[in-house]
Design a protein around this ligand. Structure first.
Ligand code: SF4
Length: 130
């Protein structure tokens, strides 16, 4: 009729050990969630940054500054008579002023603030990189 009494000490520590383990697991899960949230926010910011760069307007050949500098979106289509300064192989992506990343198709240029120039474009302000 008597309930079996657990040995001294053992019964008292077991529930606390389980509780401690659960607290550790909850704490670890909490940290993992925080890390995941931070990584998600960081990834979102990076994506927004890329989208923001892409959202910049593409420079048009009809832009008044572009016309002044003889900008052509495709350097291979430049009329050499009109642009005698142009030489084969000169494109924005190897110009010192080009701000696009390596292998990018578009990038910024300080001569056209807020606009993106094509990596294969050219203008008369071209200066060979490095
Ligand atoms: Fe391209 Fe260089 Fe002219 Fe800018 S200055 S448009 S990067 S050729």
């Amino acid at each position: 009729m008597c309930a079996k009494v657990p040995p001294r000490g053992a019964a008292m520590h077991q529930p606390m050990n389980i509780l401690a383990t659960r607290e550790k697991m909850t704490f670890k899960a909490s940290i993992t969630r925080r890390v995941l949230m931070v990584k998600t926010v960081a990834a979102s910011c990076a994506t927004l940054s890329v989208l923001s760069a892409q959202a910049q307007t593409m420079l048009l050949e009809s832009d008044s500054q572009a016309k002044t500098l003889g900008y052509k979106a495709d350097a291979s289509k430049i009329d050499k008579k009109q642009q005698p300064r142009n030489e084969a192989g000169q494109i924005c992506s190897n110009c010192i002023l080009y701000q696009g990343a390596a292998n990018s198709t578009l990038g910024g240029c300080p001569l056209f603030p807020g606009k993106q120039v094509a990596a294969k474009a050219w203008c008369s302000a071209y200066a060979k990189k490095g």
